[in-house]
Design a protein around this ligand. Structure first.
Ligand SMILES: [Zn+2]
Ligand SMILES: [Zn+2]
Length: 141
């Protein structure tokens, strides 16, 4: 299956082959501020299964808990963060995460992992069967 993610203005797009693994939701305070939403969806694809079109800018931060440097790629025109690679030391090295909301697809696979639940808004209920973590599970998110 091929899916396409794009930023708010459409100048950056990512074409992704195959199924994402894992799909995770992250409720950390960084993701809340970055997205303006109470949690984000990260859909991880093998980096060689993703074709990126359009120019991005990079914002790098430490993920705090594990000291990994995570570099977020965002559209300089509209500001949407659209993808980020697994940082050095991540359990998902070799994959990139695509912002799940950028697919704007209500049938997109649901998350199976929920990280940083210590910051999860109490009214949010991850899907049944989702594995929850108080902080990270070594992804770099
Ligand atoms: Zn854009
Ligand atoms: Zn996060």
């Amino acid at each position: 299956m091929t899916r396409t993610a794009q930023c708010h203005c459409g100048k950056v797009s990512l074409t992704c082959e195959g199924e994402p693994d894992p799909v995770l939701m992250c409720s950390c305070e960084y993701c809340q501020r970055r997205t303006g939403a109470p949690f984000m969806i990260g859909a991880w694809f093998d980096e060689n299964k993703v074709t990126i079109e359009g120019q991005t800018k990079t914002f790098t931060r430490s993920n705090g808990d594990q000291g990994m440097l995570v570099s977020y790629e965002f559209c300089p025109e509209c500001g949407t963060t659209i993808w980020w690679p697994a940082p050095d030391g991540s359990a998902l090295k070799g994959k990139i995460s695509v912002a799940g909301g950028c697919f704007a697809d209500a049938n997109f696979p649901a998350p199976t992992l929920s990280i940083y639940e210590k910051h999860k808004h109490p009214w949010i209920s991850p899907p049944e069967g989702t594995t929850g973590f108080e902080t990270s599970f070594n992804t770099g998110d």
